[in-house]
Design a protein. Structure first.
Length: 289
C-alpha cells in the first residue's frame, strides 16, 4: 500500500482564520481520483477557479506560499502541503471560501488530525517517486540547499542560523519514510514562529492579524521566547521547535514538485523562496525523465 497513491475516504471540513490577514475562512477537503493531484478551488469566486498545488502556479514566497492561476490566488498553503506530504496523500481537492488557508495551531498537526479523521485510502496507481541521482544545488546569499543521492529513503537536515542574534544555531536531521506516525511525532506539531524584528514590520504592513498566543511564538533578539500577544514566556513543544518547523516548511514546499523525493537534502538558512527553487528544479528534471 505504501507505493500506491492515496486520497481521503470522505469529505472533511474546517474553518478558522488566516494567520496573515486574519480573515475568516472555511475549507473542505474532498477525495480525488488517481493522478489528479492536489488542487485548491476558490469556491467563493463566481467561476470557482481551480488552482493546482504545483510549482508552475507559484506566484510569491514572501513569508508564505502563494499560488495563482489567472486572477485567482490562494496563500499560506505550506502547512497543509506538509500535512499532505506527511500522510502520503497524492490526490485531493481543497475547496476554500477565501484566499488564505486557516492558521489552525500554526503547524501541520491541525490539518493532519482533520485528514486522518477523513481516513486515508489507497488508489490504483503508483506514487510518482523522484530519486535524486545527481546533486542539485540552489543558493541565495548565505542560504543554500544541496540535494544529493542516498542509498534509500529521504534524509533531511536543516541548519538555522541568525548570525549570532536571536538564538544559537540549531541543526536538526530527520530521516523520513513518509509514514504518518513518524511525521506526527517528530515534525508535524512544530509551530510557526516570528523574529521580533519582523513582528514590527508585519504590523506596519497590516499583516499578522490572525496571530494568537497559541498558533505561533516570537523569538526576541536576546533569545527569549515569548507569546506574540501577551508577550509572556511561551512554552515550546520541542526544545528545538524552530528548526523542526523549518523542516516542516521544507517538506511542504518540496511537495509542490508533486513527487515523493528520495535523497539527502541539506538546507542551511533556507526559507520558502529557496525551498520553492529546489522544488522547481526537481519538477523540471522529473518532467524530462
Ligand atoms: Zn511554516
Amino acid at each position: 500500500m505504501d507505493n500506491l497513491q492515496k486520497t481521503i475516504g470522505q469529505p472533511a471540513e474546517c474553518s478558522g482564520w488566516g494567520m496573515f490577514r486574519g480573515e475568516s475562512v472555511r475549507i473542505k477537503f474532498k477525495p480525488a481520483s488517481v493522478n489528479s493531484g492536489i488542487h485548491f478551488v476558490r469556491v467563493d469566486l463566481p467561476s470557482r477557479p481551480i488552482i493546482p498545488a504545483n510549482v508552475h502556479f507559484l506566484s510569491n514566497t514572501a513569508k508564505r506560499i502563494f499560488l495563482k492561476k489567472d486572477d485567482a490566488e490562494v496563500e499560506g498553503i505550506e502547512h497543509v502541503m506538509a500535512a499532505l506530504a506527511g500522510l502520503g496523500i497524492d490526490n485531493i481537492e481543497i475547496e476554500i471560501h477565501g484566499r488564505e488557508m486557516p492558521a489552525g495551531d500554526g503547524s501541520a498537526k491541525y490539518f493532519m488530525d482533520i485528514l486522518k479523521e477523513a481516513t486515508i485510502v489507497a488508489l490504483a496507481g503508483e506514487k510518482h517517486i523522484f530519486i535524486i541521482r545527481e546533486p542539485i544545488m540552489v543558493s541565495n546569499g548565505n542560504a543554500s540547499i544541496i540535494a544529493s543521492p542516498i542509498n534509500e529513503g529521504l534524509l533531511l537536515s536543516y541548519t538555522l542560523d541568525f548570525d549570532g542574534f536571536f538564538i544559537d544555531p540549531q541543526t536538526y536531521e530527520y530521516e523520513i519514510e513518509f509514514n504518518e506516525e513518524n511525521f506526527s511525532r517528530e515534525v508535524a506539531s512544530a509551530r510557526t514562529f516570528g523574529l521580533s524584528t519582523y513582528v514590527e514590520e508585519f504590523k506596519k504592513l497590516g499583516l499578522g492579524k490572525g496571530v494568537t498566543d497559541d498558533n505561533s511564538y516570537v523569538i526576541q533578539k536576546d533569545g527569549k521566547i515569548t507569546k506574540p500577544l501577551s508577550m509572556s514566556p511561551a512554552e515550546l513543544r520541542f526544545p528545538n521547535e524552530h528548526v523542526r518547523h523549518k523542516i516542516l516548511d521544507l517538506i511542504g514546499d518540496l511537495y509542490l514538485a508533486n513527487v515523493v523525493v528520495k535523497g539527502h537534502i541539506v538546507a542551511k538558512r533556507s526559507g520558502h523562496f529557496l525551498n520553492a527553487e529546489l522544488a522547481r528544479k526537481i519538477a523540471n528534471i522529473a518532467c524530462k525523465a
